[in-house]
Design a protein around this ligand. Structure first.
Ligand SMILES: [Zn+2]
Ligand SMILES: [Zn+2]
Length: 139
């Protein structure tokens, strides 16, 4: 499905193709960076306006976190090799139309926080096994 989004101050706007789904990540990096779980929707970006307003933080050897340098909005998480990108749910105009499909690092989920619905729930070990990784974390 077609997705569009923007940061809070409007300096950055984008369009692209999504899957209709988003996932929630409770890993330690997402919690520390975002102050809570990261909600990310897979996105193939077709148009990006205001790219020079974006800051990029390389949080691991393979992943980077992209945010607006003016308002601080979290815009993308993406592979540093460009092979995969996720838009953060709050930046998307169609957030209400997307379905939570997967919750990962559930063993790191903040106490008292539960996400409703019938979706896949994976602990850190289960998630790493599912992507064929060893002890490394995906972020
Ligand atoms: Zn902004
Ligand atoms: Zn994470």
């Amino acid at each position: 499905m077609k997705l569009s989004g923007a940061c809070l101050c409007g300096a950055v706007a984008f369009e692209g193709e999504g899957t209709g789904h988003f996932h929630a990540c409770h890993c330690d990096m997402c919690l520390r960076w975002g102050g809570g779980p990261a909600l990310g929707a897979p996105l193939t970006v077709s148009e990006l306006r205001g790219e020079d307003a974006l800051s990029v933080y390389a949080s691991s050897e393979w992943g980077e976190r992209v945010f607006c340098r003016t308002c601080g909005s979290h815009v993308f998480w993406r592979m540093r090799d460009g092979s995969q990108a996720f838009a953060f749910l709050g930046a998307l105009d169609q957030a209400d139309e997307l379905t939570l499909s997967q919750e990962i690092f559930t063993d790191h989920r903040p106490k008292g926080l539960a996400l409703a619905g019938d979706h896949l729930r994976l602990t850190e070990a289960e998630f790493l096994r599912s992507i064929g990784a060893g002890a490394d974390t995906p972020d």
